[in-house]
Design a protein around this ligand. Structure first.
Ligand code: DMJ
Length: 455
């Protein structure tokens, strides 16, 4: 199928021009290393493993596996983002292990997990955002206000860390994320909302900026997925999710003059009528969380999920390329379009097709496949270049300039979600798997089933 061919094309070019670097630069035909992963290499290899595997690109999967076996070096020294290393590397390795049973992936995930632990040595146990993988020294991002840690970063460790404890038999990983949970469940929430910046020293909020997009996003996702992954036993996570969603519905969900539902951002009580592309994952999350709800809530949440997904679709449909901008606004006559030059770019992000995939699987309404197919065509037309896929700088021109970057999440997420949108529901069934925020599938802990098969 077409999407499998796109994956092969993306992988082949990465492998040819950039194997061992973190991403492919498809126009200059070389590799990019960047400074997010603290000297670790091969982000695209690790992010691509499970997608290659489920698409049955066997030769390519073997190439990737061999690179992990022979060249993936964990003895590095450099500043890494705890969050990025967790979601891409630990998540990618865990998923590859669960899908294939190959020990190498498990061992690398555990070894890398150990290297992240010093970041949690703070007065509250809330980790700092940056860690040197060699020395274990950690600190906060220079740009985060007053030495704070970021909700979407320390709130997006739970799924992977529980699996690290389960696989190693070492409770330390689970303890770290349960400490984070405790701080968050106890701290006072303004209007029931979770601000984006928290001090790892005092455990109090540093700024009252709330967003379901960047800086906040995957914290909410991991609450509902923690509950699902625990086979619906982690009732604390479910309650925190329910309460957070109720506050979001009450304070942030708005309807534009033209009838489009969106989730605004909140700055100390003042609304910013903006949605980032990142916030578009929320349609899928809300639909997923709605499934087990009593009928009235289920219907209300499915309605909200469908409306948000439709708004995100509009942000694509209202551009010349059929791809959506980094952020779109509902102000001064603008409806789901970018109003600032700096927000017109598209970097191959997955969130909109992610929501199409969930809404398709949960409703089977054909429009989600139709919309997904339109994205496939737009990617082919505007992002495919001779040697890979590239982001574009302006979605509102039919002759966009390319940014010369094939992001690793394009292989981990965008192509995987598109593939899952068009295949049978039992491929990585939502009954058996949760996807981490980088789309790496982790198995649901079906405890009853496990008890039944154990001798
Ligand atoms: C990915 O790395 C993850 O989806 C993360 O949660 C947010 N940003 C990118 C994709 O846009």
């Amino acid at each position: 199928m077409k999407i499998r061919e796109m994956m092969k094309f993306a992988w082949d070019n990465y492998r040819h021009y950039a194997l061992g670097k973190n991403e492919l630069r498809p126009l200059s035909r070389n590799g990019h290393v960047g400074n997010m992963f603290g000297g670790l290499r091969g982000a695209t290899v690790i992010d691509a493993l499970d997608t290659l595997y489920i698409m049955e690109l066997e030769e390519e999967f073997q190439e990737a596996k061999q690179w992990v076996e022979k060249s993936f070096d964990l003895n590095v020294n450099g500043e890494a983002s705890l969050f990025e290393v967790n979601i891409r590397y630990i998540g990618g390795l865990l998923a590859a292990f669960y899908l294939t049973g190959e020990e190498v992936f498990k061992n690398k995930a555990l070894e890398l997990g150990e290297k992240l632990l010093p970041a949690f040595n703070t007065p509250t146990g809330i980790p700092r955002g940056v860690i040197n993988l060699g020395s274990g020294m950690s600190w906060s991002w220079g740009w985060a206000s007053a030495g704070s840690s970021i909700l979407a970063e320390f709130g997006t460790l739970h799924l992977e860390f529980l699996h690290l404890s389960e696989l190693s038999g070492n409770p330390v990983f689970a303890e770290k994320v349960m400490t984070i949970r405790r701080v968050l469940s106890r701290v006072e929430k303004p209007q029931g909302l979770y601000p984006n910046f928290l001090s790892p020293v005092t455990g109090s909020w540093v700024q009252h900026h709330v967003s379901i997009g960047g800086l906040g996003d995957s914290f909410y996702e991991y609450l509902i997925k923690s509950w699902l992954m625990s086979d619906k036993k982690d009732s604390e996570a479910k309650k925190m999710y329910d309460d957070a969603l109720e506050a979001i519905e009450k304070h942030l969900v708005k309807k534009s003059a033209g009838g489009l539902t969106y989730i605004a951002e909140w700055r100390g009580g003042i609304l910013d009528h903006k949605m980032g592309h990142l916030a578009c994952f929320s349609g899928g999350m809300i639909a997923l969380g709605a499934q087990q709800e009593p009928e009235e809530r289920r219907q209300r949440h499915m309605g909200l999920a469908a409306e948000i997904t439709s708004t995100c679709h509009e942000s694509y449909a209202r551009s010349e390329t059929g791809l959506g901008p980094e952020a779109f606004r509902f102000e001064a006559g603008s409806e789901a379009t970018a109003t600032r030059l700096s927000e017109r770019y598209y970097i191959l992000r997955p969130e909109v097709v992610e929501s199409y995939m969930y809404l398709w699987r949960l409703t089977h309404q054909p429009k989600y496949r139709l919309w997904g197919w339109q994205v496939v065509q737009a990617l082919e037309k505007h992002c495919r270049v001779e040697s890979g896929f590239s982001g574009i700088r302006d979605v509102y021109t039919t002759t966009p300039t390319h940014d010369n970057m094939q992001q690793s999440f394009f292989l981990a997420e965008t192509l995987k979600y598109l593939y899952l949108l068009f295949c049978e529901d039992d491929v990585l069934s939502l009954e058996d798997w949760v996807f981490n925020t980088e789309a790496h599938p982790l198995p649901i802990n079906h405890t009853d089933l496990r008890a039944a098969v154990q001798p």
